[in-house]
Design a protein around this ligand. Structure first.
Ligand code: ATP
Ligand code: LTN
Length: 334
């Protein structure tokens, strides 16, 4: 029997998990949990790169965890944990920080975007964020990292960092990870401005559908999504980005091809598609809401599951970190 390949991914604990996260990330995670050894974590340390109200961060971490579970990630099949519960992440991050040239970080487009967005708090963590992300991945010897298109550049940097480490200390410590980017829905766009991605920390909540939005909100947001003034329902991301984005969501949630959607709306208006998509989204999220509400009633239970996840993750993280410390010349504490 060959060992299962290792998959690792995470989501920063900021804003509300959106349909973009669900479609671009969590649906893929769910599929992968059947055939791979999967680790999924709550990137709470990454969240600190922008200012967080401490109470909100705590509440949100539980809420994200409950949403992961309600969306179908199984804590028995996978290792699901909070990043801050496994101290090796920050320790490895420091070693990797000392290997990463500034020039490589300067190229990161997410840093450029985020430092414009948070211009009053452009801290060093926002800049070194991709190095912590590389540590997350390399600690667990991940083979594949499922992420949306927006994270491809960070994955490339992680691969570069493996190279820097190998050049200095030799091979065999880290596995070279690959990005795994799902075909459909790799980039769900904002509902009001389809030129930018749907982002969970967007200040305008009309731009996204949150996983825990109630039915009324979902309907309102989808029906008021920005589309062009044409009427024919056809997939044309270049000329009809708003409509095409809705069609991608429809296609993933309804498990339909673009051709099937186009056929179903022949002779109908955009409005018809919006009404149906709103209903489909509400229906898809209904069982998720029920499970979520149940889980959120019992924090002790969530704490227990988080502890189990962290225990499983720590054993693996410690193995890698011990090897790294040894390779770079740090003496073990005896
Ligand atoms: P933020 O707004 O805080 O930057 P985000 O919405 O971009 O957050 P992340 O925590 O950065 O979300 O990402 C979690 C996962 O969801 C990543 O794998 C990311 O690639 C994926 N993802 C995020 N937004 C989208 C989107 N609009 N379409 C597809 N996938 C997405
Ligand atoms: N930066 C990621 C979240 C993240 C992540 C990771 C994803 C942090 N560490 C490791 C995959 C692997 C994001 O999606 N914004």
């Amino acid at each position: 029997m060959t060992a299962k390949k290792t998959i690792l991914s995470g989501s920063t604990v900021t804003g509300d998990l959106t349909l973009g996260n669900y479609i671009g990330a969590i649906t893929n995670w769910k599929k992968l949990q059947e055939d791979y050894d999967c680790l999924y974590f709550l990137a709470d340390l990454h969240a600190l790169t922008v200012f967080q109200d401490p109470k909100i961060l705590k509440d949100r971490t539980y809420s994200f965890f409950a949403q992961y579970l309600a969306l179908g990630l199984d804590p028995e099949k996978n290792t699901i944990f909070a990043q801050s519960h496994v101290h090796e992440h920050t320790e490895l991050s420091w070693i990797l920080t000392c290997l990463t040239p500034l020039g490589y970080l300067n190229r990161m487009t997410q840093f450029k975007d985020k430092s414009e967005k948070h211009e009053k708090n452009v801290n060093a963590g926002l800049y070194t964020y991709p190095i912590l992300m590389a540590a997350d991945i390399l600690l667990y010897q991940a083979d594949m990292v499922p992420v949306g298109e927006d994270q491809r550049q960070h994955l490339e940097l992680c691969r570069d960092i493996v190279g820097f480490f190998q050049n200095r200390y030799g091979e065999g410590t880290f596995k070279m990870p690959e990005a795994y980017i799902g075909k459909m829905g790799a980039r769900i766009m904002s509902l009001q401005d389809p030129s930018k991605k749907m982002s969970k920390s967007d200040e305008n909540d009309k731009n996204y559908v949150s996983i825990i939005d109630d039915a009324k909100k979902i309907e309102k947001k989808i029906k008021s999504a920005a589309t062009d003034s044409d009427t024919v329902v056809n997939y044309d991301p270049e000329n009809k980005p708003g409509l095409s984005n809705l069609m991608v969501i429809y296609s993933v949630l309804g498990n339909k091809t673009m051709a099937e959607i186009e056929k179903a709306y022949e002779g109908k208006m955009y409005g018809h598609l919006k009404v149906d998509l709103a209903e489909l989204t509400v229906e898809t999220l209904k069982p998720v809401h029920e499970k979520y509400n149940d889980l959120m009633k019992n924090r002790d239970h969530l704490d227990q599951l988080l502890r189990k996840g962290a225990e499983k993750a720590s054993v693996r993280a410690a193995l890698t970190l011990t090897e790294v410390y040894n390779k770079v010349g740090l003496i073990p504490r005896r």
